[in-house]
Design a protein around this ligand. Structure first.
Ligand SMILES: [Zn+2]
Length: 165
């Protein structure tokens, strides 16, 4: 059987960016996903369609099919008062390269990478860390099976590697 919409694919992968290894999921901890449920970036899922168990793959995903281009409007300066806890600026957190967990005005979690620390303000990059990057994936298809009706209606995988309910 081939990977297609409404199948559950199990794959290993190694992600690298500009020749640098980022992460690996091997056969002991593979990636299991419902194809067509928007759980994966489109450039990854789309290029795996048609592959069968045992096939290896070597694909590149451009930013527009991955995590998007870097948005200059997502790089913002915040006054240091945004980092106050009990009236005290948490200076020890404010180090270039640190990632700060914050919330937007709707309460959604955001991660900001500190680019600059100035006297009264901090410049953070709230772009996805993989935005603007070309992603290079290699791996192997470990399993492909039809998704169940429940999986398709829930939009996720049930059982090993998926949601247990
Ligand atoms: Zn479910």
């Amino acid at each position: 059987m081939k990977i297609d919409l409404d199948t559950v694919a199990t794959v290993t992968y190694t992600l690298s960016i500009d020749g640098e290894h980022v992460e690996t999921a091997d056969k002991s901890n593979p990636l299991v996903f419902l194809v067509g449920a928007d759980a994966m970036i489109p450039g990854f899922e789309g290029q795996l369609i048609g592959k069968s168990i045992g096939d290896s793959y070597d694909i590149s995903v451009e930013p527009e099919d991955g995590y998007g281009e870097t948005d200059p409007e997502a790089i913002i300066d915040l006054g240091k008062e945004a980092f106050m806890i009990d009236g005290i600026v948490q200076e020890e957190l404010l180090v270039i390269g640190n990632i700060i967990n914050m919330k937007d005005q709707h309460g959604h979690p955001l991660e900001g990478l500190i680019l600059e620390v100035n006297e009264d303000s901090v410049k953070l990059d709230f772009n996805h860390q993989l935005a603007g990057k070309t992603l290079h994936f290699t791996g192997e298809v470990v399993d492909v099976r039809p998704a169940t009706e429940d999986e398709i209606s829930h939009g996720h995988v049930h059982g090993p590697g998926g949601v247990q309910h």
